[in-house]
Ligand binder design. Structure first.
Ligand code: RB5
Length: 142
């Protein structure tokens, strides 16, 4: 199950991602927001962050205008490793090296074509499992 969340700056891109997930028969839970009306991104970052950190959802995708505010907020929740990505290399590397469990993007930064490639890579790249990466991840929260 993939947790989705956005603010008004990410609403349109989230709709594109929902279409992608449905086309690929991937289950998701949409935590809002549900329109382009202005809202406060921390609320959605927290809903998705807790869903992922608590195990209700395996991964999450968060989108605000830049991806910055929503990722800063999500990363305050213990167990969340949110990676702000606007390129394919970073999306792959953060899964391989950081075992990132939330992808953050900026709806005003990346176009839908690139964003869907990033989502595809993020969802389909496993953690490398390398000892050095596992050790470094364990040091994030110790
Ligand atoms: C909203 O205008 C904007 O500040 C928000 O979407 C995000 O970019 C914050 O980091």
């Amino acid at each position: 199950m993939i947790a989705l969340g956005c603010d008004h700056g990410g609403y349109e891109l989230k709709q594109e991602i929902i279409a992608y997930l449905e086309k690929n028969h991937l289950e998701y839970k949409d935590f809002g927001c549900f329109s382009k009306e202005a809202v406060d991104y921390p609320e959605y970052a927290k809903l998705v962050g807790h869903a992922v950190a608590g195990g209700e959802c395996e991964k999450g995708i968060l989108i605000c205008g830049t991806g910055i505010g929503i990722s800063i907020t999500a990363n305050k929740i213990k167990g969340v490793r949110a990676a702000l990505c606007s390129d394919c290399f970073s999306a792959e590397a953060t899964r391989l090296h950081n075992d990132a469990n939330i992808l953050a993007m900026g709806g005003r930064v990346v176009g839908a074509g690139l964003a869907l490639k990033i989502v595809d890579i993020f969802l389909n790249t496993p953690f490398s499992g390398d000892e050095r990466h596992a050790r470094r991840i364990s040091k994030i929260e110790d």
